[in-house]
Design a protein around this ligand. Structure first.
Ligand code: 5AD
Ligand code: SF4
Length: 473
């Protein structure tokens, strides 16, 4: 079979990254292999996102530029997948004559057949059918890059929460969970390929398996925790209303579960939370944070925020800043509210102007920057265990005495801090390969978004976490 070149452009969240890998996996039997050279590609897949207007614009502007590529290379198949494809369907074919295929978020496993049909007869196809259940659930590894240490594993798809600002339930469909044995099998395959860390993905992992009567999310974590040679488990996202006592306790007892939780709060004001349909109050949220920190004092907490939700007053915004000061997050993502036509809040009145949204975003980010700086300063002198992800040549490490004899590495702590460090080459002509191994790093300083330090000890070839951070004398 002739090898054909596949170029995938992925925009958006980790789900899309996982999906891109699945797309590469299902197209491999048709002879497609990945390429970085778009102009000579036989097929280009644009994996789109519609969570905010900007992401959607990004997809359309990339698709617009592909018209020229198709003119130069008329045999090129152009396929649009992901959330914009699901939302716009047929309209994309009408608007963009150079597009051959529009496939929705549930259509990935039907791709091979559709691509075969296009190859044979150059027809144009739209498939945006959504189904209530997961029809095909084969463990698939897709295409991993050389030396890849961490991978995503989708454990459920869709969302039933209907937050009023959010398009996800409308483009990813109803919540449906994969079977635990399939998930465990997929992770075993990944581990056999050298993966040491998995991030389990779902819009609301806490309701994993509820509908289908599968095991609970905590039971799934226990099964994943027992997989031999897997080093670390992360997950995202947990909805605050469903964060169970059971899951909180898992942070204190499952040794591979990273001590980090991403718990999006969106706003610190009860009235805004109610109008967002979040189904928890500020007090509920703060109680859960307190409980989490009791069970697992070293846990890092991050969150998502939306500023300028329709009708948000200055006082309500101040409540959000106050919540940030109360929780003292380890990091956060903040977004200016953006109308999504399928989401109910797009019809809410009292929209906030761009200038105010920008001002609020800046105030929020400035506050978090101060907190991050203080938290980073507190970490200097600690030893953190890092799972090494690879080298980081372009990072300057202050204080590493003889740079020429050192290799600069990068990895993450259990708390999800990015850490750069140097390790001596120890005179060996072959550089010592730390990628995929754990190293203990003495933190010596911080950049704005990462930490740096030096290696103090390494558990030879160890793939387990054992003791987490300890305080240096
Ligand atoms: N406008 C701005 N931000 C949004 N998010 C989701 N929908 C919107 C929207 N319409 C943010 C939320 C969510 C994150 C993934 O994206 O903070 O947690
Ligand atoms: Fe969107 Fe809310 Fe579902 Fe998250 S929980 S995907 S914000 S509807």
């Amino acid at each position: 079979m002739r090898s054909k070149q596949l170029y995938i452009n992925t925009i958006g969240c980790q789900m899309n990254v996982y999906d891109a890998n699945q797309i590469a996996g299902v197209l491999a039997p048709l002879g497609y292999t990945g390429t970085d050279a778009i102009e000579s590609a036989d097929m280009v897949v644009v994996n789109t996102c519609t969570i905010r207007e900007k992401a959607e614009q990004k997809a359309f502007s990339f698709l617009g530029r592909l018209a020229k590529s198709k003119k130069d290379n008329p045999a090129m198949i152009i396929a649009v997948g992901g959330c914009v494809a699901q939302q716009e369907g047929q309209a994309i074919l009408q608007r963009m004559p150079h597009v051959d295929l529009v496939f929705g978020t549930h259509a990935i496993f039907r791709l091979p057949e559709m691509v075969r049909r296009i190859e044979a007869s150059r027809c144009r196809i739209v498939d945006v059918r959504l189904s209530e259940t997961i029809e095909i659930d084969d463990p698939t590894v897709g295409s991993l890059v050389d030396g890849q240490v961490a991978a995503f594993v989708t454990i459920m798809r869709g969302c039933d929460n209907y937050c009023t600002y959010c398009v996800v339930p409308h483009v990813r469909g109803r919540e449906a969970s994969r079977r635990p044995d399939r998930i465990v099998d997929e992770i075993r395959l990944l581990v056999a390929e050298g993966i040491r860390e998995v991030t389990l993905l779902g819009q609301n992992v806490n309701s994993y398996g509820d509908k289908e009567g599968l095991c609970t999310f905590t039971e799934l974590l226990e099964r994943v925790n027992a997989i031999d040679r897997l080093g670390r488990i992360r997950f995202t996202t947990s909805h605050p209303k469903d964060l169970s006592e059971d899951l909180m306790r898992a942070f204190g007892r499952l040794e591979k579960l990273c001590r980090h939780i991403h718990l999006p709060v969106q706003s610190g004001d009860d009235e805004i939370l109610r109008r967002m349909n979040r189904k928890y109050t500020r007090a509920d949220y703060l109680n859960k944070i307190e409980r989490l920190r009791k069970v697992c004092p070293e846990i890092a907490v991050t969150s998502d925020f939306i500023v300028g939700f329709p009708g948000e007053t200055e006082r309500q915004f101040q409540r959000t800043l106050d919540l940030i000061e109360t929780v003292r997050y380890d990091g956060l993502f903040a977004f200016m509210y953006s109308d999504r036509p399928l989401a109910p809040a797009s019809a809410f009145s009292a929209k906030i102007g761009d200038a105010v949204k920008k001002e609020r975003l800046q105030a929020l980010l400035d506050l978090q920057e101060t907190i991050t700086r203080e938290k980073h300063a507190d970490m200097v002198g600690r030893i953190l265990r890092v799972l090494v992800e690879g080298t980081s040549r372009d990072v300057d490490l202050p204080g590493s005495a003889d740079q020429s004899r050192n290799i600069r590495w990068t990895g993450r702590s259990s708390s999800n801090h990015i850490i750069h460090f140097s390790a001596p080459q120890e005179g060996s002509p072959e550089k010592e390969v730390l990628t995929g191994k754990f190293a203990d790093i003495m933190i010596e300083g911080a950049y704005a978004h990462s930490l740096w330090g030096r290696m103090v000890d390494r558990s030879e070839g160890s793939t387990s976490e054992k003791g987490e951070a300890s305080i240096a004398a």
